[in-house]
Design a protein around this ligand. Structure first.
Ligand code: NAP
Length: 309
């Protein structure tokens, strides 16, 4: 019997417990899924950064950790974790992110706020361009960024994407590395941030890089708060370099009540809801990964601890 510790909050247990049991059975695993155990008996851990677990050194027979989250910045540098760490790549997470990003891109593209928020009896006609004439830049072309880019291509947007290593995404003009970023930014009428939080990506949208965007750019950040230099963004919003930002993630969450983003009339705050891991689909990856590890294969979507994602 394989002992698997579920180290995530109570709320997650209520959602994930039954789908995980079902998925373990479907993979033919003889699994003992527990919320507490003698640490020496634990072989795998299903982990969420919002849970209680900080010190992995007590689990002397641990073989692998599966994160329920795609973003691993809270665990990747944990020195007590010495076994493979797999991040979450889930079709439900992907679908949710596509819907959030496409929704906000269309909102900006069509200037929907102008119509929705303004009922002032003024008959002002603004015809938006077609999607083919609107450039959207997706920073990060991983599991989520590539999926969002493809959805935007399907809507006929002029899609540009940027990643660390060279990538090919059908219909997307791809750039990579530091050298590719300056050119990519010039195509950012609407910018979507889907990068992980690492030392290299912190403040990637600095004052200088924001200045390279077309004037009047819009920014959508469902990636991580530290990707943006907040002071630089606030200054760019005030100067009109950026006309609006939709922010889902922040350096401190929940976003403090007195943060300027709450007050700013050119900022939409959403409370880290862009996309959630969906228990029914995610449980399948957890089970598949543990089955793979038990049969001597490597787990899928292993985090590269050197690059931080
Ligand atoms: P992923 O598959 O690991 O993709 C990350 C992408 O970022 C890759 O294309 C990678 O380049 C690129 N990248 C990383 N460091 C870079 C750098 N220094 N320069 C240029 N590109 C760099 O991650 P994912 O599954 O798509 O998730 C992305 C992020 O979304 C997560 O890390 C998390 O922070 C966030 N997220 C947010 C929510 C929410 O609800 N708000 C939900 C899920 C995830 P390569 O392709 O060359 O490796």
């Amino acid at each position: 019997m394989t002992t698997i510790l579920f180290a995530a909050p109570n709320k997650d247990w209520e959602e994930f417990g039954a789908p995980l049991e079902d998925a373990f059975k479907a993979e033919g695993l003889n699994a003992n899924l527990v919320r507490e155990a003698d640490p020496e008996t634990v072989e795998y851990i299903v982990y969420a950064p919002t849970g209680w677990l900080k010190d992995f050194s007590q689990f002397t027979n641990l073989k692998g950790v599966q994160s329920l989250w795609a973003g691993v910045e809270k665990i990747v540098d944990n020195p007590t974790l010495q076994v493979p760490l797999a991040r979450m790549v889930d079709s439900g997470l992907k679908e949710g992110m596509i819907e959030y990003c496409v929704g906000h891109v269309l909102r900006y593209h069509l200037d929907m706020d102008q119509d929705v928020l303004r009922q002032d009896a003024k008959w002002e006609v603004h015809v938006p361009p077609l999607a083919k004439d609107r450039s959207v830049l997706v920073l990060g072309l991983g599991a989520l960024g590539a999926a969002v880019s493809e959805a935007l291509v399907a809507l006929n947007f002029d899609v540009h994407g940027w990643s660390r290593s060279p990538k090919q995404v059908p219909g997307v003009r791809c750039y990579h590395g530091e050298d590719g970023l300056a050119e990519a930014l010039t195509a950012g009428e609407i910018v979507v941030l889907l990068l992980p939080q690492t030392a290299e990506t912190t403040n990637i949208l600095s004052a200088h890089r924001i200045s390279l965007l077309p004037r009047g750019a819009r920014i959508i950040n469902p990636g991580r708060g530290p990707l943006i230099d907040d002071d630089a963004l606030l200054a760019a919003l005030d100067s009109g370099q950026v006309v609006h930002a939709t922010l889902d993630v922040f350096r401190i969450e929940p976003l403090p009540k007195d943060h300027p983003y709450w007050q700013h009339d050119r900022v939409t705050v959403t409370p880290h809801i862009a996309s959630d891991t969906r228990p029914d689909t995610a449980a399948k990856l957890v089970a598949e990964n543990i089955r793979r590890a038990e049969s001597g294969q490597s787990m899928k979507f292993i985090v590269d601890r050197d690059v931080g994602y």
